[in-house]
Design a protein around this ligand. Structure first.
Ligand code: COA
Ligand code: AMP
Length: 632
């Protein structure tokens, strides 16, 4: 009999090393691991210390060898261009091996970093896998980030090359990538010698404009035509597969390091046991390869499982309408879909009764998974009602790489409770702790912490900075990983995630640092000090709202200054910050030691009961701010 959720969870907690060593059988190894857990550098744990593999063998070669060469591996569906192209496993393997040969020809070796700044086109997945094939470490940067953010990532992970495209297509405009790449390369202190450009039709700038200086700018197709395909390089399980930057409390992004072997096992295990997706199934994850959801469940997870993945270039609404997702499901026979609650809210707003569903046959769909932000019960009810399939919330983070809590459909479908991502996933020891690190009672809200070691596939460290990894995650509660989220466990062991405990915000499923936005506002000549908070937004979950105090003598209207600050954030961070709201105020509420009371401001703005710490410097400041906060 197949073990159910409770038995599986118990096995994973009783002896994690044995549990995950057995799960390693889901992956093809060059050298089978004989040990699960590597505790030699605890609390920085690793997995499969003596295992060796290549992840692309698992994602591609083994499926071709097993007779799946003619099955679609990746279906590129561009709603913005109105085109579709399917790559079979044999074709995708060929493209990946060829581009791996290109990278090798450019002198890129195992361990070298390569930044990928690409829109949602097949070349994004091909470039990721090509890096992995030769043991190079990819770092994908989301296309909605501006040059300065790209430069910050260049300086942190010091890549040998950047792979990019001429641009991305947003519904209302074309986004030129090459000027941003050129600016980032020119301004970064780390020198990048090589840029490979995939040419797309319809963009103004061409690589020939940027051929000067020390950088060699190459054309993807020219190089690929002449390249020798590269075979899979044998790497250690603990070798890094990728670095993915995410927002922390401060302005500088955190480079989450993912290993190869643990991640391969976690992907294979989660596809089967959580998502219930197996070889031959089709999965459509409407995210972006720039985010962790895209890494795990557009690229690595479905391909390792031998499934067909749909890579969608478009939006939930407006490309051309709120039936776009349903069209994709119908056209490609999607079995399992994954998206963010914001996307569902956008669809519901445009098509409240889901009338557009009737135009498409979505009967292939078995389940809809959602993650990236809290799934509000209203949206949950609506989606379940109109689709008639289980709507499964799953909670996780860039750091963990795969779900911490979910309804493990592949193991056992548990009853769903609205507002809860169901139960802790096997491998994750979820605990709710108070500020002092003591466990709280059932139903009581506290900090969600994960007992160490974390399971395979989770972060190894932060790139080049073990110290920051320890201080950001491991020191608050010794023996635990601090998730930065708060929540509670109910009497049935269901987890409810209530929100971040830090200054990280979540706008339309995009994780942003209010600190990074504050840094930009503070750089404006007129601003003496500022605070940015995330306030509740009906569509996007949260939106960033800035409060600024002007330097004395500044003569600028609020309107004028707001326009300048909004433009500055767009220029420095990128359109993804979606920063639109600025209020000029006389003073910001602070404690006597000078700490801005952002939490109190947030509580007032969200219309919640608010607490003012007794250490407040001047209570009158809060009083004066109330009218501004309540209408924000
Ligand atoms: N490259 C360049 N610009 C981008 C971009 C990209 N890859 N992605 C978004 N942007 C731009 C948008 O064009 C927009 O620019 P504008 O201010 O000129 O209009 C801005 O960034 C804000 O984008 P977004 O927050 O996505 O808003 P939107 O109005 O374009 O779309 C939704 C709203 C709800 C449709 C959209 O946010 C969405 O699909 N969200 C789901 C996100 C998701 O899947 N997250 C992954 C977690 S699983
Ligand atoms: P990211 O690293 O971009 O995936 O963002 C991770 C953060 O998004 C988490 O720490 C949560 O705050 C939030 N988040 C992601 N998924 C969920 C979910 N299913 N429910 C509630 N919050 C979520």
């Amino acid at each position: 009999m197949t073990p159910d959720y409770r038995q599986t969870y118990a096995a994973s907690t009783e002896d994690p090393a044995a549990f995950w060593l057995e799960a390693a059988g889901l992956v093809d190894w060059n050298t089978e691991p004989t040990r699960g857990l590597d505790a030699s550098r605890a609390p920085l744990y690793g997995w499969y210390p003596d295992g060796r593999l290549n992840i692309t063998t698992n994602a591609l070669d083994r499926h071709v060898a097993a007779g799946r060469g003619d099955q679609a591996a990746l279906v590129y569906d561009s709603a913005v261009l109105g085109t579709t192209r399917a790559y079979t496993y044999a074709e995708l393997l060929d493209e990946v091996a060829r581009f791996a040969g290109v990278l090798r020809g450019l002198g890129i070796e195992a361990g070298d970093r390569v930044i990928l700044y690409l829109p949602m086109i097949p070349q994004a997945a091909i470039a990721m896998l090509a890096c992995a094939r030769i043991g190079a470490v990819h770092s994908v940067v989301f296309g909605g980030f501006a040059a300065k953010e790209l430069a910050a990532r260049i300086n942190d992970c010091r890549p040998k090359a950047i792979v990019t495209a001429t641009g991305g297509v947003e519904p209302a405009r074309r986004v030129e990538y090459l000027p941003a790449v050129a600016e980032a390369v020119d301004t970064a202190s780390h020198q990048v010698d090589t840029v490979v450009v995939h040419h797309r039709d319809g963009f103004e700038h061409d690589r020939s404009e940027f051929g000067g200086t020390a950088s060699g700018w190459h054309d993807w197709d020219d190089l690929a035509a002449a390249a020798e395909p590269a075979g899979p390089v044998d790497v250690a399980a603990g070798d890094p597969l990728y670095v993915l930057y995410t927002s922390g409390t401060t302005g500088s992004p955190k480079g989450v390091v993912r290993d190869t072997g643990g991640y391969a096992v976690a992907m294979a295990w989660s596809m089967r046991n959580i998502y219930g997706v197996n070889a031959g199934d089709t999965m459509f994850t409407a995210s972006d390869v720039g985010w962790v959801v895209g890494h795990s469940y557009i690229v690595y997870g479905p391909l390792i499982a031998g499934a067909t993945t749909v890579l969608y270039e478009g939006k939930p609404v407006g490309t051309p309408d709120a039936g776009a997702f349903w069209r994709v499901v119908a056209e490609h026979g999607v079995d399992v879909m994954f998206t963010a609650p914001t996307a569902l809210r956008a669809i519901r707003k445009a098509d409240p009764d889901a009338g557009l569903l009737a135009d498409h046959d979505t009967s292939s769909l078995r389940a809809l998974f959602v993650a990236g932000e809290r799934l509000d019960p209203d949206t949950f009810d609506w989606a379940g009602r109109v689709l008639g399939v289980p709507v499964v919330d799953n909670w996780w983070q860039t750091e963990t790489g795969w779900p911490i809590a979910a309804n493990p459909l592949g193991l056992e479908e548990l009853p769903i409770k609205a507002g809860s991502p169901t139960v802790p996933v096997p491998g994750y020891h979820v605990r709710i702790l108070d500020a002092l690190g003591e466990p709280v009672g059932t139903g009581e809200e506290g900090n969600i912490a994960l007992e160490l070691p974390l399971p395979p596939g989770t972060l190894r460290t932060l790139w080049g900075n073990d110290e920051r990894y320890r201080s950001a995650y491991l020191e608050q509660f010794p023996g635990f990983y601090a998730t930065g989220d708060s929540g509670y466990l109910d009497e049935d062991g269901y987890l409810f995630v209530m929100g971040r405990t830090d200054d990280v915000i979540n706008v339309a499923g995009h994780r942003l640092s209010t600190g990074a936005i504050e840094q930009v506002l503070g750089s404006h000549a007129a601003v003496a000090e500022c605070a940015v908070i995330g306030v509740a937004d009906e569509l996007k979950g949260q939106r960033a709202c800035g409060f600024v105090v002007l330097k004395s003598g500044v003569e600028s209207t609020e309107e004028q200054l707001a326009a300048e600050l909004v433009a500055l954030v767009r220029q420095k961070i990128g359109p993804v910050a979606d920063f639109r709201q600025v209020r000029v105020v006389d003073a910001l509420p602070k404690t006597r030691s000078g700490k801005i009371l952002r939490k109190t401001m947030r509580q007032i703005a969200d219309g919640k009961a608010y607490s003012v710490p007794s250490t407040i410097e001047d209570p009158a400041v809060i009083e004066a701010l109330l009218p501004f906060l309540r209408v924000s």
